[in-house]
Design a protein around this ligand. Sequence first.
Ligand code: 9MR
Length: 473
Amino acid sequence: MDKVLARGSGSPTARPRPRTALLSAVAGVAMIATTVVVASSASAGTTLGASAAEKGRYFGTAVAAYKLSDATYVGILNREFNMVTPENEMKWDATEPTQGQFTFTSADRIVSHAQANGMRVRGHALAWHSQQPGWAQNLSGTALRQAMVNHITQVASYYKGKIYAWDVVNEAFADGGTGARRDSNLQRTGNDWIEVAFRTARAADPGAKLCYNDYNTDGQNAKSNAVYAMVQDFKSRGVPIDCVGFQSHFNSASPVPSDYQANLQRFANLGVDVQITELDIEGSGTTQADNYGRVVRACLAVSRCTGITVWGIRDSDSWRASGTPLLFDGNGNKKPAYTAVLDALNAGGSTPPPTTTPPPTTTPPTTPPPTTPPPSGNGCTATLSLNQWQGGFVTYVRVTAGAAGTNAWSVTLTLPAGASITNTWSAQPSGTSGTVTFRNVDYNGRIAPGTYTEFGFQGVGTGPSGTATCSAS
Ligand code: 9MR
């Protein structure tokens, strides 16, 4: 089937539904504490999410808000997944149907559900040629550029602190071997629209990872080469980009490329995370299962491949249901493809989570090292991931508890000369420069044994990297 035609022919599925009684403020607090438990220790090895967490990855799915009243759907969602992507509810047409008037009701249902159930959220998508509201389709030039900037600012600010990664720009390159940008009203506002989108998103939510997301970029070809060149250019000029999403919509006309892993790896080598963002593979039985297994193994083999999202739960939930491309059949039963994914995730036991720049340099312990990252005794460890751009940075800190778990923790590090912190989330800093101690906030002091929580901070100057001193009580 022609994926491009099929994609364009669909209509948004966000249907108005009454809001549930979920209280997002309360759920927001509960979520962070719950995440620690669910992501790292629940039912290890028997669900997609738990098995992926053992490998330091997430396993996610696209979710449609109107299906959250379907008990079978929600049962599988809550059991198997620890990341969700709103399938349509955060798109421009859904969130700003009238210029300047924002509606987040459907998207909020998904975010609240995720928070209440220990799942994180991939935001999708801030700037895209498709699924624009009519008023935006009719704009051009400066008016459209300003509308795009305002849209990104409003949506990313509204969800600030709740999004793991944003698909900031979606599908901006053309098919057909030219390596050119896709012609669109956004492209016609000027070639710099993509970097403006990324800078705008960073300013609005400095804690979210910012991704470029596309399809037919899963192997090396003219289109992925063009995306590669853009990412390389962004990194060299300090345009904030943290990740590249590979949609990975496969069928017999567009199979899993033989160089899939190599392609993920070459992007990772540019200093960005890579994520499989919309995986589905048409087919059935062993062939489909084998292909799913290959995709999972490719991600696990690339240390900066941080997670996999499938584009729906049951075959009947898929945007191309007739191709039965997902892991559960229409009745919610596990397919051979499910087993292949779980087996691939569980192969080889637990391994440390992927590291970003630079790898942790902990002192070798005197006892044999554990096979998982947490320290073997009491206490905690803290590892830093740095996103540096010209003049500024965001540092993410992962605090991993030892065998005793923690009731409270603190992390101390020294900022490079000239650096200062402008914004911290999920921790309380003692100062803004020099040696700074970050203490837990009230909802994330307790970390279950062997699991972790994360906090982060943004600053100006050069950010810290490596490891930091962690103490627990
Ligand atoms: O799955 C989505 C479907 O419900 C919508 O009708 C369609 C409209 O454009 O978008 C689908 O999701 C797309 C995603 O947002 C971007 N990559 C391609 C996906 C499949 O078309």
